[in-house]
Design a protein around this ligand. Sequence first.
Ligand code: SAM
Length: 252
Amino acid sequence: MTKEWDAETYARNFNFVPEYGQALIDILAPQAGEKILDLGCGPGALTAELAAKGCVVTGVDADANMIALAQKTYPNITFLRRDGHSLNLGVQFDAVFSNAALHWMKLDDVFPQVAKALRKGGRFVAEMGGFGNIGTIENAIYTALDKLGFNRADFPLPWHFPTTAEAAQKLEQAGMEVRYTHLYDRPTLLSDETGGVRGWVKMFGRAFVEKIPSLQQDKFLQLIETEVRPHLFKDGKWYADYRRFHFVGVKK
Ligand SMILES: C[S@@+](CC[C@H](N)C(=O)[O-])C[C@H]1O[C@@H](n2cnc3c(N)ncnc32)[C@H](O)[C@@H]1O
């Protein structure tokens, strides 16, 4: 399970995440009537888009705040609090869809769960951080921890960005055929609402921020900002150095 998410702030200020997910819906090419599972659905914006296309959707997420907000926003859709590592849904789907969520999970555990949730020939269509994603921010986080005298070993990464080869091997091990992969750089504008790179770290780097005594948190964020500024601040705007990974697997 992940740390608790600030679901309201995520839904209000970080809507670039589901907005970028539109391209993934195109890859999924959902058909009306298909049974689709949205894994790591968050506040449900993309789940709702799939429902609007006539799919019979179920959104699952490990985070209670996310599921509560999704259910409140879209009362006619089924949302369940489930950990991707142990889905146990007892139903088989035509497709499993997942946007910006798998890098928070252990692929060795989640891929077999996805395979179990798919009918034979069912497709697994996902987007996640790919190898090297947010490398500049990650380096700056550890540099800031060093400067504040913390031990890096006490701050393990809360995410994992696999190489294409690693993900493909794990998909095959889980009984899926790899039909498509695409790894690409996607510098992502962090609008004023996100709070720039500081806001990004507060939202997605909670695992780090929460371990730092509150009196030092501001300094931590300031050190990160200073470190990444030459690379990620351009023409008065902040960009996150996202590198994303799309893939399609089909259950054998
Ligand atoms: C960045 S959000 C993406 C939400 C949504 N898919 C979207 O496009 O807006 C990542 C989501 O993954 C969920 N997540 C992380 N680990 C999970 C796990 N083990 N099982 C299920 N969901 C998980 C988080 O709770 C969070 O809602």
